[in-house]
Write a protein that binds this ligand. Structure first.
Ligand code: ADP
Length: 597
């Protein structure tokens, strides 16, 4: 996997190069000469500094030459590939380009952004710069020329679905351009825990797990209250394993064992070997290998149509106007809208508007608006999935004891269980909302979290404890005290749980996944609250990923895949079905668009 991480570095550079290419045409780029010199008197020299990132210290070396920041080298960092390391690469570039500290954080990489900015600020302070002034300094914007481009297939959104669509279209011989409005690729896919549901007889047999395509189909349909389109569910489950194998061919290695991600309802969740970020990294590599042009900070604003067919897009690319003509088709892969409170309250009045979200800030439903304007039908728009597993402050999915359901249990603030932990996601969230302060603790022990163990987000147990997100104690009594619970109540809850595991039956709550007792110290707890997660509704598509009108007619040249689509999950999405969805339908959308005459 190390090799792969190195390659990823190149990919990001090529992503940047791609945007630089455009920006150069437009007259201003990250590589442009600084508009003015840095204010404050800086001494020429080389300054070393460091600051805390998300995964340890970030060390840099900053060069000041004739009162200008001429170079920033990152000497050491441990930030997550494809997420945090985007900040590590892009922020120094931007600081040099703008000769200022007035540079936005990279979305989804807030801690890494803060870390690298902290180190740069420390070095500049050392150099004698007026850092307060640099933080507010406006970079001079040169007027930018409009850009025009053309490809067979144009993909909007470089999350999992878009990346899969781009690779697949290219494999079918099409020329492809993929754009993303953010300064990094990956969308919500890069923030996901990374579980992919597929019936996989080879892996499951070794673990003694009985499964079938029909079971996956029925559970998906029933788990979404039979509100999904059965044909799309069939297509999803029948092609899920093919998607795993396709990713393997692209170089992604999966762990041998499958597990049950929260809300999956069955042990068929596949996890990449390097866990968090693996899907995006593998697709990134294929994007690079296939020389697919990727334009970051490039936002589609409208679809271009010609006699009812979609023939391209118009938007902006880092301040310049951009038009991209699509000879065969446009694929909408813009993700969902859980980050848009306006859209959430438009479609789901019952959801508290102040609910935080697990989503990146770009999940604002743009594809739904553009698709609808081109005549697309929207289905299931009132189905929004909230998870019971959000960070109490940020709503993020990181920072907890995230492993398979096999390994944890939930207690409320009084130290009592209140729901089976292997329930549907909507049921768990509803039950959590009924608890005091809508708050719970996830409890796990050292049977799972042995020293050095990482959660699904690449965070070690040590780091989680150090950050205060996870509380550790050597005994259950001590843990209860730290959580302000009555130790007698808490220990009785754990004893009852362990008895259920022993007997293989959970009489009070009906949990069926009963594999591990909670009996090995140290014990751990992490606080969690509800958070808006996945928007199940969206553009209506058929099994070819063609977008349909209200009259069930295909809109020529318009395809969609991933969270922007509706009808695949019904009213409640099974955990682990989203990654399967984006790969299966992303791949399909790419192939369909490439095949269009
Ligand atoms: P999915 O899981 O369906 O692939 P993701 O959230 O992972 O969805 O990715 C969607 C991507 O689409 C994000 O990277 C987001 O920034 C991008 N995106 C959303 N709206 C636009 C837009 N108008 N123009 C370009 N990219 C967009």
């Amino acid at each position: 996997m190390r090799m792969r991480i190195k390659q990823t570095t190149k990919i990001w550079l090529s992503g940047l190069l791609a945007s630089t290419l455009i920006l150069t045409t437009a007259g201003c780029s990250l590589g442009d000469k600084p508009s003015t010199e840095v204010s404050g008197v800086m001494k020429s020299g080389v300054y070393k500094a460091e600051a805390e990132g998300f995964h340890g210290q970030i060390k840099i070396e900053l060069t000041v030459d004739s009162d200008k920041i001429s170079d920033i080298k990152v000497l050491k960092h441990g930030e997550t590939p494809g997420v945090g390391d985007v900040a590590i690469k892009q922020i120094p570039e931007k600081v040099i380009a703008t000769q200022s500290l007035n540079v936005d954080s990279i979305s989804g990489a807030t801690f890494s952004s803060k870390g690298i900015m902290g180190a740069i600020t420390a070095a500049l302070t050392e150099a004698g710069a007026n850092v307060e002034e640099l933080k507010t300094k406006q970079a001079q914007q040169a007027a930018k020329e409009a850009i025009t481009k053309e490809a067979d297939v144009v993909v909007i959104g470089a999350g999992g679905a878009g990346l899969a669509a781009a690779v697949s279209a290219k494999q079918q011989g099409a020329s492809v351009i993929i754009i993303d409005k953010m300064s990094r690729i990956g969308g919500n896919t890069a923030l996901a825990g990374g579980a992919y549901n597929a019936v996989d007889p080879e892996r499951q047999k070794k673990q003694g797990i009985e499964d079938s395509l029909d079971k996956h189909y029925t559970q998906t349909l029933k788990g979404g209250d039979n509100k999904a389109n059965p044909e799309l569910v069939r297509h999803l489950v029948d092609n899920a394993l093919g998607g795993v194998q396709w990713l393997e061919q692209l170089g992604l290695e999966f762990q041998d064992e499958v597990f049950t991600v929260a809300g999956a309802l069955w042990p068929r969740s596949h996890r990449p070997l390097n866990e968090h970020g693996g899907f995006v990294t593998a697709l990134q590599e294929s994007i690079e290998k296939n020389n697919i042009e990727i334009l970051l900070q490039t936002e589609a604003k409208e679809l271009l149509t010609d006699q009812g067919a979609v023939v391209g897009l118009k938007g902006t690319s880092d301040g310049a106007e951009i038009t991209i003509h699509a000879k065969k088709g446009v694929i909408l892969a813009t993700g969902g809208y859980a980050a848009s409170k306006e859209m959430r309250s438009k479609y789901h009045k019952g959801l508290p508007t102040d609910l935080p979200t697990t989503n990146h800030p770009g999940a604002t439903g743009d594809g739904l608006i553009m698709g609808e304007a081109a005549g697309a039908n929207l289905v299931g728009m009132d189905f929004i999935q909230s998870l019971p597993l959000g960070d109490p402050e940020t709503g993020s999915l990181t920072g907890w004891l995230a492993k398979g359901v096999e390994s944890y249990m939930f207690v409320n603030k009084s130290g009592e269980r209140f729901i089976r932990e292997d329930a549907r996601r909507d049921e768990m969230t509803a039950a959590l909302m009924a608890q005091q302060d809508s708050m719970m603790y996830v409890i796990a022990d050292s049977n799972t979290f042995k020293p050095g163990t990482k959660n699904n987000f690449d965070e070690t147990i040590e780091k989680l404890v150090e950050s205060g997100k996870v509380i550790a104690a050597d005994t259950l009594e001590e843990l209860a005290k730290k959580l302000n619970m009555d130790p007698a109540v808490f220990t009785a809850t754990i004893a009852a749980y362990n008895e259920s595991v022993e007997k293989g039956k959970d009489p009070k709550w009906g949990r069926e996944i009963l594999e591990k007792k909670m009996d090995k110290a140290p014990f751990f707890a992490s606080a969690r609250k509800p958070t808006a997660h996945h928007t199940m509704g969206g553009l209506e598509i058929n099994t070819k990923a063609e977008v349909l009108t209200k009259d069930q007619e295909v809109i020529p040249g318009l395809y969609a895949a991933g969270e922007v689509t509706g009808g695949i999950h019904g009213s409640n999405r099974l955990g682990g079905n989203a990654i399967a969805d984006i790969i299966v339908f992303g791949k399909q959308a790419g192939a369909s668009a490439a095949a269009r005459q």
